[in-house]
Design a protein around this ligand. Structure first.
Ligand code: M6R
Length: 609
């Protein structure tokens, strides 16, 4: 949540920062702001200039005064935690003399205490934010260097932060620090960048240094150095960002969601690439760090994730149970971390996250590690916080996902679970024959996804038919239930239509009362051993005049409409059955004129509790 970006070098700063903010806007988009060093020090000789506003980055652009020039600056796009989105609460925050400017991503837990203390000492706080205290604390320090001033201020802070600090008296540097919220340095030619995500940097440089928690950095136009919040030097060698700038571009698409749904066949090719071992009917997962003996000793698997990643984990748990015959389940990481879970040494814990930053998932991993558990990650963003914290894992290689609503990452995560389940299965009791069958199924996926994409015009028409619904019910049984959960989340996030998902088996235990012509049901009806049971549920709905849209492998007589999906192996069917429903959510939102890539109240990386 919240994007920060900074630049120091010879180029004019404001346009570069605004471009960076545009690329980070998916992290938060209720207000935006910028501060630049306009050259010189002291009163009347330059100092800091700021502009900030409620609204989007394009609103900030309209607010930038003429002659807003400088060669160092920091900027921010916000997702409000403390204080409503308005001009005053927008970052950067400054001290009363406007010497210090701070942008911050994270939450200062002891902000109210610090605010009260500062007020009692006569400081006037102008905003309702937690961040403002940092500007005051830094401004009060009289240490010789900006680095020490920031370190002194941070000693008062409890909570999470990724911060960038500009000081009028130290115009040749930006000081940044990280604790729980990402900070990445971008190394250019006689210029340096900083951002909360490489997305803001890749059009300028692919050489990056990712800070660790407890680490700080000073960037100057010609160099950078990293050190701890206690002042000890740290070593950090730059890495090359995996994806080029074009992967972050919209190209010919109107929205990132549409672009990303359409990229799924290629993305699945990538998660499979180089991993299949036909000889032993298994897969190689290089980063797992789990030898066969350890894999055989696993008694249970517990998968943790939030939102869409949790749903991917539910499918993953079923795959692991079915293919590896290890009892497995998934739980929202946000719940798990608060219930003082019993941590069992024979359980393999798996954290799932697209961003690798989600605070609830990260905190669950940290709690597990503290209790001595082995934790793997199924993660998209390479080198992200959860990936670093985990003992090993599987990268899902979906490529950058910019739309707040996750699509291709969900699909790739589920495929990654298919690989993991096959790997564990083949170490245990899955036969060569079944291993080969699953491999064949995995190989078919990209072609079958491309086939599903051909039904887009038909799905678009269906979406227009359903766009007037006030509420929709999604049902599925066993393998189909997590698909229903994810499809209902997709629809509500992007279209704002209320949607609920239920196991089809639970219909007559309550939700059947909702059925009437104005309440459409979307039913997941795979051709597996539960087909007849699912058909019975359709009968029950039809008998109560419900409208039914089925997602199935063959036409469903009781449904008003059926979207036909190609059949794969039973265990892999959930991977494909959700894809048409991503398109349904997208086209419904389009028909309703929603802000598809940036749904109201949401942000992509939920780095706060
Ligand atoms: O980055 P993560 O996968 O950890 O994010 C978890 C959820 O916040 C995320 O999946 C959220 O539910 C999306 N908006 C779903 O479209």
């Amino acid at each position: 949540m919240c994007g920060i970006v900074g630049y120091i070098g010879k180029r004019d700063t404001a346009p570069l920062l605004l471009e960076g903010l545009q690329r980070l806007e998916y992290r938060g988009y209720d207000s935006a702001g910028i501060a630049i060093q306009s050259g010189g020090t002291g009163k009347g000789a330059g100092g800091l200039k700021t502009a900030k506003t409620k609204g989007r980055v394009r609103d900030l652009e309209d607010r930038i005064p003429k002659r807003f020039t400088g060669t160092a600056g920091i900027a921010h796009t916000r997702w409000a935690t403390h204080g409503v989105p308005n001009d005053v609460n927008a970052h950067p925050h400054l001290d009363p003399l406007e010497k210090v400017a701070v942008v911050h991503n994270g939450i200062i837990d002891n902000a109210s205490e610090l605010r009260a203390k500062l007020s009692a000492e006569g400081v006037t706080l102008v905003s309702d934010t937690d961040t403002e205290v940092l500007a005051h604390l830094i401004a009060r320090s009289v240490a010789d260097s900006l680095e020490t001033r920031v370190q002194e201020a941070l000693r008062h802070i409890e909570g999470t932060y990724g911060i960038a600090v500009l000081h009028a008296d130290f115009p040749e540097r930006i000081v940044v620090a990280r604790n729980g919220s990402p900070v990445v340095l971008g190394i250019g030619e006689h210029e340096m960048f900083v951002a909360s995500d490489v997305a803001a940097l890749v059009s300028h440089t692919r050489q990056v240094v990712t800070l660790d928690d407890g680490e700080m950095a000073t960037i100057k136009a010609g160099d950078y150095r990293t050190y701890t919040t206690e002042g000890s030097r740290t070593s950090s060698s730059p890495e090359t960002v995996e994806y080029a700038a074009e992967s972050y571009e919209l190209g010919d698409h109107d929205t990132y969601m549409h672009k990303e749904i359409g990229e799924q066949a290629d993305a699945v090719d990538r998660v499979l690439a180089g991993r299949i071992d036909d000889r032993f009917a298994t897969v190689h997962l290089g980063g797992l760090n789990l030898d066969p003996r350890e894999a055989r000793a696993v008694r249970r698997v517990k998968i943790l994730g939030c939102g869409t990643s949790y749903h991917a984990g539910l499918i993953g748990a079923q795959m692991i149970e079915e293919l590896a015959r290890i009892p497995a389940d998934a739980e929202p990481a946000s719940e798990f971390r608060y219930r003082n879970p019993v941590v069992d040494p024979d359980t393999l814990y798996i954290a799932v996250s697209q961003s690798g930053e989600t605070y609830d998932a990260l905190a669950a991993v940290q709690e597990l590690k503290r209790k001595g558990a082995r934790v793997l990650g199924v993660i998209n963003v390479v080198g992200s916080a959860i990936a670093r914290e985990a003992d090993g894992g599987v990268y899902v290689h979906a490529g950058p996902e910019v739309c707040v609503v996750s699509t291709k990452c969900f699909t790739n995560t589920v495929v990654a679970f298919g690989l993991l389940a096959l790997h564990l299965g083949r170490i245990r009791d899955l036969s060569v024959k079944d291993g080969k069958r699953i491999i064949e199924g995995l190989r078919k996926l990209p072609g079958q996804i491309a086939e599903i994409m051909e039904s887009e015009p038909e799905i678009k028409k269906l979406a227009q038919e359903y766009a007037d619904a006030q509420s929709m019910l999604f049902i599925g049984r066993v393998r189909g239930y997590p698909v229903a959960l994810e499809a209902s989340l997709k629809l509500k996030e992007v279209s704002y239509i209320h949607a609920e998902a239920y196991p089809a088996s639970e219909l007559k235990h309550g939700p059947l009362a909702l059925i009437e012509p104005a309440m459409p049901t979307v039913a997941i009806v795979p051709d597996d051993d539960l087909l007849e049971k699912n058909r019975a549920a359709l009968e029950e709905i039809k008998a109560r005049s419900g409208r039914i849209l089925a997602v199935a492998h063959q036409e469903q007589e009781k449904a008003d409409r059926t979207i036909i999906v190609p059949k794969n192996e039973d265990e892999l069917d959930p991977i494909l059955m959700g894809i048409p429903l991503q398109l349904l959510a997208y086209h419904t939102a389009l028909a309703l004129g929603r802000d598809i890539d940036k749904p109201r109240n949401l942000a992509k990386s939920v780095t706060v509790e």
